[in-house]
Ligand binder design. Structure first.
Ligand code: FES
Ligand code: FES
Length: 154
């Protein structure tokens, strides 16, 4: 199999890369774009750690071919805020220390950011549904929920 050209728009920047057709998006992000905030967990679309936002929708990137993401707007954890200004979800997670090892955290922040973009006052059910599929081996769930609730109360 030979490599093919693939033009991706990530965090507002478009870049041309050459990849195998079946290369999952997560490896293009991490290896070709140097964006290592997106984490590989299960690789089986079961843990949520690889979540990114594509055209406004949360998507898992571990099995999604990068070439299928051309002509779309991809946002990773690095693209939610800036170096000097975190987005509100990142700020809340920082304030509440809503992580232990942090491996699952960027996927969760991506999902919550995507949810709040669509609905600024989500119900508890909305939040639990959104977080379904995000596994945290460290047990940070309760403090994660506190951080999210603080965003909705304000
Ligand atoms: S690494 Fe993609 S869902 Fe686990
Ligand atoms: S904080 Fe360690 S896996 Fe969630």
């Amino acid at each position: 199999m030979s490599k093919v050209e693939c033009k991706l728009n990530v965090n507002g920047l478009t870049k041309k890369i050459y990849i195998f057709e079946d290369k999952p998006l997560i490896f293009a992000l991490r290896n070709d774009f140097g964006l290592t905030g997106t984490k590989l967990g299960c690789g089986l679309e079961q843990c949520g750690s690889c979540a990114v936002i594509i055209d406004g929708e949360k998507k898992l990137s571990c099995n999604l071919p990068a070439i299928d993401c051309q002509n779309k707007e991809i946002v990773t954890i690095e693209g939610l805020g800036t170096d000097t200004s975190l987005n509100s979800v990142q700020e809340a997670f920082k304030k509440f220390n809503a992580a232990q090892c942090g491996y699952c955290t960027s996927g969760i922040i991506i999902t919550v950011s995507s949810l709040l973009e669509k609905k600024n006052k989500p119900t508890s059910e909305d939040i639990l549904n959104a977080l379904d599929g995000h596994l945290c081996r460290c047990g940070s769930h309760s403090v994660v929920l506190k951080a999210i609730e603080s965003l909705i109360e304000n």
